[in-house]
Design a protein around this ligand. Sequence first.
Ligand SMILES: NC(=O)c1ccc[n+]([C@@H]2O[C@H](COP(=O)([O-])OP(=O)(O)OC[C@H]3O[C@@H](n4cnc5c(N)ncnc54)[C@H](OP(=O)(O)O)[C@@H]3O)[C@@H](O)[C@H]2O)c1
Length: 244
Amino acid sequence: MKILDLLQNWLRPDRLSGAAAQPTSLANQRNDKMKIAVIGTGNVGSGFATRLAASGHDVVTVGSSVAKGQDLADRIVAAGHAATAASLADAVAMSDVIALAIPYGVATGLVGKAALDGKIVIDLTNPVKEDFSGLSVGHTTSAAEEIAAAAPKARVVKGFNTIFAEIYTDGPELSGRAAPTFIASDDDEAKKVVSGLATDMGFDPVDAGGLTNARYIEPLAYLNIQFGYMLGHGTKVAPAWLSR
Ligand SMILES: NC(=O)c1ccc[n+]([C@@H]2O[C@H](COP(=O)([O-])OP(=O)(O)OC[C@H]3O[C@@H](n4cnc5c(N)ncnc54)[C@H](OP(=O)(O)O)[C@@H]3O)[C@@H](O)[C@H]2O)c1
């Protein structure tokens, strides 16, 4: 089929007038208490883990050293929530869901060494170049797809990468509504679980299709970084998809 035919098919009035043309919020799903390993104790790891624990889930923290993981777990417990620290291997073995809150370059190496078969892996990374001049992967692939390639039996879900770390601490409400987070995966069940976690944490999970759509969600996060830092809007901003 020619590109023009494809586009015309997409833009059919019946497609655009129906519910199928609306971005789909997955916010009606909630999860029972789950055990979730959060890898990374930096800005995102600490905020994400704390908010997840505050929403009632059982968090296992993994740092670059056991001491760093323990320090975060201690802070979460001191705030009145459930958390323990563990090594990467132990955390992965005991958890249903593994969240990658580490640099993209670290993540691809790390997932190849962890026993992730059958585990739901949330990829929160953005493959931002060290000098912030752009993304290190894109167009024909994405960080999420590269992570999935490095851990082919993991159930990889892209999500939360357009959420600035400060929002976990300050609260997910922006402009009077729950901040959206775009959730993409080829595994519908895994997508539902991660969407449920987003809802539990106070976000609005939006179905963003299959994992290849991470190719577009990651540049969206980079645009968000431009708004936040280069264009001076600060980090209490997040992209949303509007509809009537
Ligand atoms: N910052 C944001 O607002 C934001 C928003 C959305 C997505 N992201 C993405 O989230 C990821 C983390 O960003 P960040 O801002 O949290 O960075 P960060 O503050 O620099 O934290 C990175 C964390 O990864 C840890 N780490 C490195 N290698 C590790 C390993 N082998 N095992 C376990 N932990 C390891 C670091 O440990 P050490 O402390 O020992 O170095 C540090 O705790 C990045 O991919 C980023 O693109 C960031």
